[in-house]
Ligand binder design. Structure first.
Ligand SMILES: [Ca+2]
Length: 141
């Protein structure tokens, strides 16, 4: 039988734990996201994935805001993955625009189990197009 380390669980209630499976749960929100639309405000949504191969998690778009809160929780089983990638897109009728992209090393979350922090969101030119708050929780077993 596995004995899990005791630590604060804040996101876990939505997922049943699988014995022996390490996992990361997380949620995100944005602020001061660049408005990519000519008229009105943007409609940002988020994509998240680990390293290069993992399945992409995607939120729905939030209409008409530069400070979206996506009340969705992503969940990944982990086995040595080292980076979390975030891409924020602006939803449009024809082609969605990329607002910015960021990546976060996972070392710290493996060490601390819980992290709540903001990351800057640069676009492909290096211009900061807003910030993303990440709340991450590592479940060691
Ligand atoms: Ca739009």
């Amino acid at each position: 039988m596995l004995v899990c380390a005791q630590h604060t669980l804040f996101l876990h209630s939505q997922f049943s734990r699988q014995n022996g499976q390490r996992s990361i749960n997380g949620s995100l929100e944005g602020k001061n996201l660049r408005d990519m639309d000519d008229v009105g405000q943007g409609d940002p949504y988020a994509q998240v994935w680990l390293d290069k191969r993992e399945h992409k998690f995607q939120t729905e778009a939030r209409s008409g805001t530069s400070s979206p809160v996506w009340d969705r929780i992503f969940h990944y089983n982990v086995n040595g993955q080292s980076e979390l990638h975030i891409r924020i897109m602006d939803s449009d009728v024809f082609t969605d625009d990329e607002i910015g992209c960021a990546k976060v090393p996972l070392e710290e979350i493996y060490r601390n189990y819980y992290n709540d922090f903001w990351v800057k969101l640069p676009d492909h030119l290096g211009r900061v197009n807003g910030e993303i708050r990440l709340v991450l929780e590592f479940m060691p077993c």
